[in-house]
Ligand binder design. Structure first.
Ligand code: ATP
Length: 260
């Protein structure tokens, strides 16, 4: 299978005052075209740093990120990136925030409004079109950001804990919607989560990163779709994978982190 994105021996360090922080060290990871890869890892292990590199928002200090086999020199083409930070424009109402990417491309008003309204409905925000971001809850803003990202119809989705702030029911609804958008679309998804069950419900593959982005475990998820959490929770394969992923996460937290 063709890799749409690859981290090849990627290192990334930051300088803060006089210290050097190593966020990633010799990270190797391939994202195959059309697959849904769930990325798990303890806080601070470098997941967001890796997504920033995949998106082309920052450059590796060592190694390279490849897009379709070629070193990425700028922004990654066709990418939709949902960062952890809230990037909605505070002065634009919800509908106008979601329309923005199409407005920037010069899409006519009626067409972009129709698409924005469909996505607003999809993320469960119908009725809030004229609210400003400050008038929405954290979870609603997150869903609005997801809708704004999807309106560009990206071929590659980088999602950094997109559903972390949602209640259990909404989270499950959004997971179903995301899978509906993804399945059969040919899109590739890299989905960062702290939740093992979420990773197993969504992923074709689950990757556990240890400290500094070292891959600790990389396993395919051979569970048939659709996967209803209540049903798969008792599946022996799910239970065994859950156990292995939890162990890899625990192991990852024991890695020694030292600045070099
Ligand atoms: N711009 C920066 N300047 C300095 N250090 C940074 C910067 N960005 C990230 N780091 C450091 O790099 C390491 C990895 O951070 P990163 O945000 O990638 O972790 P993460 O796995 O996404 O964490 P979380 O799950 O908590 O979001 C951390 O030690 C963090 O403090």
């Amino acid at each position: 299978m063709t890799a749409v994105l690859e981290a090849c021996g990627v290192g990334k360090h930051f300088t803060k005052d006089t210290s050097r922080i190593v966020a990633l060290d010799a990270c190797d990871l391939q994202i195959e075209e059309g697959t849904f890869v769930a990325l798990l890892g303890r806080s601070g292990c470098g997941k967001s740093t890796l997504l920033n590199l995949f998106a082309g928002l920052s450059r590796p200090s060592r190694g390279e990120v490849r897009y379709r086999g070629t070193a990425l020199g700028g922004l990654c083409p066709g990418v939709g990136y949902l960062t952890q930070a809230d990037t909605l424009m505070p002065w634009r109402k919800l509908l106008r925030n979601i329309e923005l990417p199409l407005e920037l491309r010069g899409v006519d008003g009626d067409r972009r409004r129709r698409q924005a309204e469909d996505l607003i409905e999809m993320v469960g925000l119908k009725g809030y079109e004229s609210h400003y971001p400050r008038e929405l809850s954290g979870g609603m803003r997150r869903r609005a950001s997801l809708a704004r990202m999807l309106i560009s119809d990206p071929e590659l989705l980088l999602l950094d804990e997109p559903f972390g702030a949602l209640d259990a029911q909404l989270r499950s609804d959004m997971q179903v919607e995301l899978l509906r958008l993804w399945q059969g679309s040919g899109r590739s998804v890299v989905f960062v989560t702290h939740d093992i069950e979420e990773a197993l419900v969504l992923g074709d593959r689950v990757v556990v990163l240890g400290q500094r982005g070292q891959v600790r475990l990389d396993v395919p998820v051979p569970l048939r779709r659709p996967r209803d959490l209540d049903d798969v929770r008792v599946d022996a394969t799910f239970v065994e994978l859950h156990r292995r992923l939890a162990a890899a996460l625990r192991e990852g937290s024991h890695d020694v982190v030292t600045a070099t």
